[in-house]
Design a protein around this ligand. Sequence first.
Ligand code: 5AD
Ligand code: SF4
Length: 470
Amino acid sequence: MERTTTTISPADVERQLDFCQKVAAVTAQWPQQPLAFVDTYGCQQNEADSERIRGYLAQMGFGFTTDEEKARVIVINTCAIREHAEQRVLGNVGALVHVKRRHPEQLICLCGCMMQEPSVAEKIRQSYRHVDLVFGPHALWKFPEMVHTLLTQRGRIFQNADEAGSIAEGIPVVRQDKVKAWVSIMYGCNNFCTYCIVPYVRGRERSRKPEDILAEVEGLVAEGYKDITLLGQNVNSYGKDLEEPMDFADLLEKVNAIPGDFLIRFMTSHPKDATHKLFETMARCEKVAPVLHLPFQAGNDRVLKAMNRRHTRAEYLDKIRDLKSLIPDIVLTSDIIVGFPGETTEEFEDTLKVLEEVRFDALFTFIFSPRPGTPAAKMEDPMSHEEKLQNFNRLLALQDAISEEKHGAYVGKTVRCLVDGFSDDSRWDLTARTPGNRLVRVVGGKEAVGQFRDVKITGANKWSLFGELV
Ligand code: 5AD
Ligand code: SF4
């Protein structure tokens, strides 16, 4: 199939906003304001997409609920990255059949990466007949039109054609948080790591124009947001597809130049594209948080090659050394897959060696999950699940010890943190984040939420820090 990236024209987005008005005219006639439940699985990109879905729904006259019994519209934004995530979604969608029996007028909508998989969409079509609307990430911008069609003529809609993907500007957004915001700077991925389904469901890399990104960040800063994360599957290849090419380091510099007291974060970076220039820019730009999430997935070169990661262990470690020499207190996090097909326990131990050398502050660890349609799903995978689990537990134990030691080093220090919310643990009042994004549970008054405050760190464990407002 010929794949071309398209920009959705402002007129086409405007037409969707007209559909919002048409739906709003319908919902205004209903006896009560209708409610929508938007449930999100997976990564921050999905969270950001859900904020746009909520933005559209708000324009259509909907309020929001997390009670599926009260929802006139349910939207489930799904994740395809691992089989476990997919099974949870299918279980929950299956259970909705009973809810809908009680509320036959309910509209059930499924979107996100799973819906871009043809086999999943087919399964929904055949076996989940209570689902009214299925759309992939590529069709999100047309959500109002689809809702309008369903409300005026019922039936089912499947909008999940395989596309290279597009960019649509000007979609309204309802953000969940008042302190932290996500800003997508690019969509899609060109890397085709052999285990990963993302390039198949999110299409090719395409970058938003810098002026659109800068305007969005300026707006957020004006609204009082203090912590802004630039999002993309591989932010380090930002800009390669723009008419006037610019790189991610240049973009960071421009975002850093926006006046105001706020922090800039970004994710995710691919080691092969993380450059010395990026590290220098991070060191120089005072608003860029001293933290880097740099997935290395596996520590053995044969495995890295089989994963199509296009970097070696030595190259990865060189980059980390370079970065640490420029930003000595850098907080480092990474993603790791245990049990990639054919990985032996000896090869897995190379992953442990990387942990010992780098001493990450935290890790996101996964056991390999075969994704249909990816090359790794067809590879020989002789190791038993038990053995993979044993290796996985060794990895966790080592990282727990490192995290605990790293967190312990904060005790006694005073750190300027962003107080971002209320603690769900009653022994602490608030939650805060260090510049390196470590969680701090804090004793202090609620008026501090949304502010940068000095926090005296009084304790730590492997998951988080504890402290009090100074
Ligand atoms: N199995 C296990 N983990 C995976 N990831 C991506 N695809 C898979 C898979 N098939 C992990 C990678 C990636 C993170 C977002 O999810 O570590 O960096
Ligand atoms: Fe998946 Fe690799 Fe792209 Fe990350 S860089 S989204 S792991 S293909």
